[in-house]
Each structure stands twice: as structure tokens, then as C-alpha cells.
Design a protein around this ligand. Sequence first.
Ligand code: NAP
Length: 281
Amino acid sequence: MAVVMKGAETAARMKKSLMEELTRLKQRGVEPKLGIIRVGTRPDDLSYERGALARFRELGIAAQVYEFPEDVEETTFFSKFAKIDASADVHGILLFRPLPKRLNEDKVRRSIHPLKDVDGMNPVNIAKVFAGESDGFAPCTPAAVMEMLAGVELAGKSVAVVGRSMVVGRPLAMLMVKRDATVTICHTKTRNTAEICRAADVVVAAVGKAGMLTSAFVSKKSIVLDVGINVDKNGNLRGDVDYDAVAPRVSMISPVPGGVGAVTTSVLASHVLRAASLLTA
Ligand code: NAP
């Protein structure tokens, strides 16, 4: 049976250094604060928001939600966004995406202060991730996958990333390359995804299709990380990996829930602390 990679264990390991950094900042008179910007009330946004607020409460870091109605006027949204972005007491901004089509998401991505962009959406931060530079902000989910793999030697290993979104798959591939892994990115046009995954040492599923990665995608040596968050018809969370079929056949696996998702908010907290430190240096 595989070793289960529990997100709570990674979050607990991270908590110690987060608390130390928070103490250092408070000693300098800095009160780090996250601003969460949400348009509308999408259930997945609300669920992530609850998790983030709980994590920040646990750590003692301030967080404020700025809520906008689904039909907010574009000019109203952008003027309020600019105010939050310019506010000296907000050190990091998490914007729930996608925004409603009427709002120009590209304009927001380009206008956010790169040092407050704690979920890595500004082109400056994306470029830094792709250039292998460590001083930018990677999106929190791929960064959480890398935290889960902190104790695993990746140099020279083969990695298959299934999914090529700008939020997960692509930045994750770059973070893996930075750790000297050899990466293949699979997507809907890839002809032999199962074969590529089976041959890889590490497989990451970031697809958005419940149970898509079956036992045909893994081998005994596989380390499997499941980024997928899918809600089944009974309201239960399911990953992109068919956990019951895959877990008995691999060396390590992250569950859903309780895997990568449980680490993302800790990464978000670490990014807010780093942003606060950089903005007040
Ligand atoms: P996305 O933007 O919909 O991208 C999905 C990717 O999967 C696309 O690149 C798509 O390929 C690829 N794909 C779809 N079906 C495939 C198939 N049959 N074979 C190979 N590739 C396939 O999704 P996302 O935003 O990256 O999110 C992926 C999953 O992670 C979702 O379940 C989401 O809820 C979850 N997620 C979790 C967290 C977290 O904190 N744990 C955060 C964000 C997202 P094409 O490009 O060819 O269409």
C-alpha cells in the first residue's frame, strides 16, 4: 500500500517557519494582511475563502474579504480594486478567478502590484516562475504541490503533469524543472497520456475530471499528486485520480480531500508574509 501524503503534515511543518516569520514582522511593527477579492458567490470560491480565513485565523494573520456583486459595474470594480491595491495596510491580494466576462481579467492581472500578487497572476511573476527565478510569486496551488514534494529528491526524475492551465499545469512544470526534474506536460491533444504517466516517476493530475487517472496511468514506483477538486452528485469532493484503484498500486499518493488543497492556504500565508516583508523593507 502506498504512503499517503497528507496535506496536514506538510501544513504542520510549514506552520513553524510561518510563525517565526510572523513574529519577526510583528517585532518590526508590521501587521501582515491579506485582501481577498471576490465577485459573486460561486460555491468553490466561498469554500476556498472559508479555508483561507480559517488558516489565517489559526496563524494569527489578518485577512479581509472585499465582496462585489456579480453585476458590479466595471468602472466601480476597477476603481475599488485600485484602492485596495494601493492601500498600505494590504500586503497581499487574492482575486478569485475567473471573473465575470464583463470584467477585463487581463487588465486586473496586469495592474496588480507585483509584490502584492500572492497568487502569481501578474505577467512579472509568471515570467519569474518561467525563468526559474525564486523572488517572484508562483500561483499557490503548484507551489503547494512542490511543498508536498519537499522531502522527495526530484533531480533526474521524470515527471508527467496532466493539465496545462496557467494556474496549475504550466507553472507547476516550470517549478519541477527548477528542481531538475525532466517534465512532460499532457493535455487533451496528447495521444498517449496513460503511457507517459505510467513511465514517469512522479505523476501530477490537474485536469478537473473526477477519477480520470486510473490504474492504467501508474506503476509501482509512481508518486501521485492529485490537484483535482471535483464535486460529485452527492456533494462529496473527488480528485482527478481514481484513488481506490490507484492507491494500492503506487509508492506514494496524495488524497482528495486532505492532500494538496490542505497546503494551498499555508502557501498563501507564506506568500503574504514574504510580500509584507518585501513591501516594508
Ligand atoms: P483547467 O483550466 O480546466 O485545465 C484543465 C487541463 O486539463 C487542460 O489543460 C486540459 O487540456 C487538461 N485535460 C482535460 N481533459 C484531459 C484529458 N482527458 N487528458 C489530458 N488532459 C486533459 O483546470 P485547472 O484550473 O488547471 O484545474 C485543474 C483541477 O485542479 C480542477 O479540478 C480544479 O478544481 C483543481 N484546482 C485545485 C486547486 C487546489 O488548491 N487544490 C486550485 C486550482 C485548481 P487542454 O488544455 O487541451 O484543454
